[in-house]
Write a protein that binds this ligand. Structure first.
Ligand code: GTP
Ligand code: MG
Length: 205
C-alpha cells in the first residue's frame, strides 16, 4: 500500500518480471481496484495484492473524492483479508524523492495497528536510481528520521522500477528477498499451526 504514484504496481511487475499490473504513464491515479497476482519466486508462489493509491486530501475536489472512496475500501479489504487469515506481510511503498506527511498518516492508520504482534510491515522505496553511491544510501540517510517519527519497519528495500535500467536486476533481487524473508515467528501468530514452508503466503502492496 502507499500513496498514489508511489510505484506499487511497478513493484508487482518488478517482482513478477512481467507487466501484469497497469502502471500510470503520468501522475494521475491509476489502480482503482484490489487485484491479486500469483507470482512465483524461487519455487514458492506468493499472492501479491495491488491496491489503489491513497491520495492526500487537497483543495482539489476530484482528489478529495478519490481519497474518501479509497480509504474506507482499503479498511474493508484489510478486514476481509484478516478474516480469511490472508494477511502475512504489509509492503508500504514510498517514493524516495518525495517525502510526504501523508506517509506518516498511512503508517499510523493502516500499519501501526496491524504490526506487532500480528503482521510484519516492510518498506519499499522507489525512484532511487539517481541516489549515489548506491540506492541503499537512501535508507542509511533516512532510517533514523523515519524512526523518530514512529515509523519502524521489519525490513526495507531500496529500488528502481525503471525498465530497462542497469539497476533493475539488483532491485528485483532486493524486493524478492524482502517478500520471501522469514520474519520472526513471534510476530506472525497468523502463521501458527501452519508450516513456515507453506506456499501461498499473501503479501499486500
Ligand atoms: N523514475 C522512476 N519511475 C518510477 C519508478 N517506479 C515507478 N515509476 C513511475 O511512477 C509512475 C507511477 O507508478 P505506478 O506503479 O503506476 O504507481 P502506483 O503506486 O501503482 O500508482 P496508483 O495505482 O495510482 O496508486 C509510473 O509512471 C512509473 O513508471 C522508479 O523506481 N523510478
Ligand atoms: Mg497502481
Amino acid at each position: 500500500m502507499g500513496e498514489s504514484g508511489s510505484g506499487k504496481s511497478s513493484i508487482i511487475n518488478l517482482i513478477a518480471d512481467h507487466n501484469h499490473a497497469s502502471v500510470s504513464p503520468d501522475t494521475q491515479p491509476c489502480t482503482s481496484h484490489f487485484v491479486s497476482y500469483g507470482v512465483s519466486v524461487e519455487g514458492r508462489t506468493y499472492q501479491l495484492w495491488d491496491t489503489p493509491g491513497l491520495t492526500a486530501v487537497t483543495g482539489l475536489w476530484f482528489l478529495r473524492k478519490f481519497t474518501q472512496t479509497t480509504e474506507p475500501s482499503l479498511e474493508f479489504f484489510l478486514q476481509e483479508r484478516r478474516h480469511h487469515g490472508e494477511l502475512d506481510l504489509f509492503v508500504l511503498c514510498m517514493r524516495g524523492n518525495r517525502a510526504s506527511a501523508e506517509m506518516l498518516r498511512i503508517y499510523e492508520v493502516f500499519c501501526r495497528i496491524n504490526r506487532h504482534p500480528t503482521v510484519p510491515v516492510v518498506i519499499a522505496v522507489t525512484h532511487l536510481e539517481k541516489v549515489k553511491p548506491a540506492m541503499d544510501t537512501w535508507w542509511q540517510n533516512n532510517e533514523k528520521e523515519l524512526a523518530k517519527r514512529g515509523m519502524v519497519f521489519d525490513g526495507h528495500a531500496c529500488l528502481t522500477c525503471l525498465s530497462p535500467h542497469r539497476l533493475r536486476g539488483a532491485s528485483q533481487q532486493a524486493i524478492r528477498r524482502l517478500i520471501s524473508s522469514e520474519y520472526q515467528p513471534q510476530v506472525l501468530p497468523a502463521l501458527r499451526g501452519k508450516s513456515l514452508d507453506d506456499p501461498g503466503k499473501s503479501c499486500t502492496i
